[in-house]
Design a protein around this ligand. Sequence first.
Ligand code: TXA
Ligand code: MG
Length: 322
Amino acid sequence: MSRTRVVRPTPKNLAAAAAHLRAGQLVAFPTETVYGLGARAYDAASARRVYKAKGRPSDNPLIVHVSDEEMLAGAVKRVTPLARRLMDAFWPGPLTLILEKSSRVPGAVTAGGSTVAVRCPSHPAARALIRALGEPVAAPSANLSGRPSPTTAAHVLRDLKGRVALILDGGPCRKGLESAIVDARGARPVVLRHGTITAEAISRAAGVALRAPGGDAPAAPGTRHRHYAPSCRVTLVPPSLVRHGAVPLDAGSGLVHRSPWKGRKARFVRRVRGGAGAYAAALFAALRDAEAAGVKTLFVESVPDRGVGRAVMDRLRRAARR
Ligand code: TXA
Ligand code: MG
């Protein structure tokens, strides 16, 4: 494939996007978390195209996106009471559930496993696309494997130009971090990947304490891989050093501050205002912007490791790993 079209998610373009999917092609689309690279979930050949386009290791399964419960019922063996409570609390929204897969979901989607990750996104364009197809859409984040997840259509184009037929441009993603992933097969939830729906909120909605990952609920395979890494070196800076002036700062507001060390191609990203949620929403774009500007060293202010900050720090630590 060579040509990639970027279009707004109008009814006409959504119908064209669904036709692409039906024909086995890939379509990138916005969700409330990050952009996804979609393919028909019930078709093994389509799913394999996703791995190829991303350069994704074949041992890393895909999330299956549904538009409603009827569609969910076709993709899983059964909905556990725990999954039911979490769906009631958080769907549609940025929560992915691990359940036993139905026979309709091919091994190409689940990396050969018997479980499937399912999520019902809240973004209107994502929902309209899935509804127009009338079937679940398998979609990892629409980045090249190992790179920061895309939160705008321009990010997707940068990574996947020539590798995807169509990109639906729904503007910047509101949450900016990938969904929380919860193993909901048992009586207690196991958080496999932290997201903007916090572990505390998940436990509260479930009405039971979380169970720690491990044993028969291993961490999400994707969280073992190197990830979120822009081409510049990322160094985390604790807020205490920022406050005490150990890091020189520009005046001004906004999330991203060009550092005074322009000659050395360094830049500093810090949280100026808003909570960890606002920081999360802008973070991947800040990593990609720095990279595009040729920054060699990016200093990033860390945030306290609780609530949404836990998901932020999870991504930042992996971006900083070398
Ligand atoms: O917010 C999101 O979840 C975005 C949007 C597009 O929905 N998608 C996303 O997909 O982040 P991806 O492929 O970048 O991350 C999916 C994660 C990986 O870490 C993968 O290992 C894990 O989900 N996963 C998928 N199926 C799984 C399964 N059956 N058991 C455990 N982990 C699974
Ligand atoms: Mg990803």
